[in-house]
Design a protein around this ligand. Structure first.
Ligand SMILES: NC(=O)c1ccc[n+]([C@@H]2O[C@H](COP(=O)([O-])OP(=O)(O)OC[C@H]3O[C@@H](n4cnc5c(N)ncnc54)[C@H](OP(=O)(O)O)[C@@H]3O)[C@@H](O)[C@H]2O)c1
Length: 297
């Protein structure tokens, strides 16, 4: 079966309104066009990114693209997280929702803002501890039947939470989106990496550069950064970001990093490096050791 997401990388729009490059529709459209040029056709969103304003930005930006460019783009969006903010009146405390009425309401709102007829991949953003799995599953099936979503997946679920929902519907679960990077390696040990490999399910890895923390002074990440710098020098790489991304590529699953940079030159360089660089096994382990701060036993 043809994989849902064929290309190796995804671009994430979360930070778009916090950068001069992408804050306005023209700049956002230029970055979308660059993504397509770099063979990145999947764009990651969520209903909560700036209270829907990032989805809205996407919707306005695609009006600036050609019909062929618009048709080439695929969107991921997520729902389920609620927190006190101007866009979520009445919310007193952070909580999650996965009930049918909410899923339908949020899918309709995202479709409208994104300016598309279909969400290509719809994710439950966080595991709702109060989820009635059968109700959530029926809602996802209904959204699929109506054509509002082409596929569904989850984000930040444990292996058991994922299985619970997966077992509640015949609709194939298309992806799991989780945090993995040289700075966050728990998925290697808690079963999420192995589960995705066993199910042959894409693992869409968010914050693949630890959300930018890799580049700033941080006591905990300093030894890791030094090790990355050493490997970058030895491999004549353009920066530690290239080594951090190559480290992800070595994982034995269908890893698809979601790049979060808003800088066109940086995006281009990271994409090229990701496709070109392959880490030696010993460097891979040395980086893991630097992250964990203890020798690999
Ligand atoms: N499912 C979830 O719960 C969840 C959670 C978080 C994120 N996500 C998704 O994952 C996507 C990626 O996450 P992310 O934005 O945290 O990714 P990231 O690539 O780990 O971090 C991006 C940040 O790092 C900075 N950066 C990148 N390369 C750099 C370099 N060489 N030097 C200095 N700074 C650099 C970027 O700044 P510049 O823009 O200046 O390059 C940006 O601020 C998001 O857009 C979102 O779609 C999902």
């Amino acid at each position: 079966m043809k994989p849902l997401i064929e290309n190796d990388l995804i671009w994430g729009a979360w930070r778009a309104r916090h950068s001069d490059t992408t804050r306005e529709p023209d700049g956002f459209a230029r970055l979308l066009a660059l993504c397509l040029e770099l063979e990145i056709d999947w764009i990651d969103h969520a209903d909560i990114y700036d209270d829907g304003a990032v989805e809205d930005l996407h919707g306005r930006a695609i009006q600036r693209l050609s019909a062929a460019q618009r048709q080439g783009l695929r969107v991921i969006t997520k729902c389920g997280v609620r927190f006190p903010s101007p866009g979520q009146p009445g919310v007193r405390t952070v909580h999650y929702r996965s009930d049918a009425a909410y899923l339908h309401q949020q899918a309709d709102a995202s479709l409208q803002r994104l300016g598309v007829d279909q969400i290509d991949l719809y994710l439950l953003h966080r595991p709702d501890y109060l989820m009635q799995a059968e109700e959530t599953a029926r809602a996802l099936e209904d959204l699929h039947t109506s054509g509002k979503i082409a596929a569904y997946g989850v984000s930040n679920f444990s292996i058991h939470q994922l299985e619970r929902l997966r077992a509640s519907t015949e609709l194939p679960m298309a992806a799991h989106q989780i945090e993995i990077s040289v700075g966050e390696t728990s998925a290697l040990d808690d079963g999420r990496l192995d589960q995705a490999a066993r199910l042959d399910m894409p693992l869409l890895t968010w914050s693949p550069l630890a959300g930018g923390r890799l580049f700033h002074d941080d006591g905990r990440l300093q030894p890791l950064r030094e090790r990355l710098e050493q490997v970058a020098r030895e491999m004549d790489a353009g920066g530690i970001d290239e080594i951090a991304l190559a480290w992800l590529k070595g994982l034995p699953a269908r890893i698809q990093p979601i790049l979060g940079t808003m800088q066109p030159d940086r995006l281009r360089r990271q994409v090229m490096a990701y496709r070109a660089l392959n880490l030696d096994r010993q460097d891979w382990y040395a980086i893991l050791e630097a992250e964990r701060g203890t020798p690999v036993p």
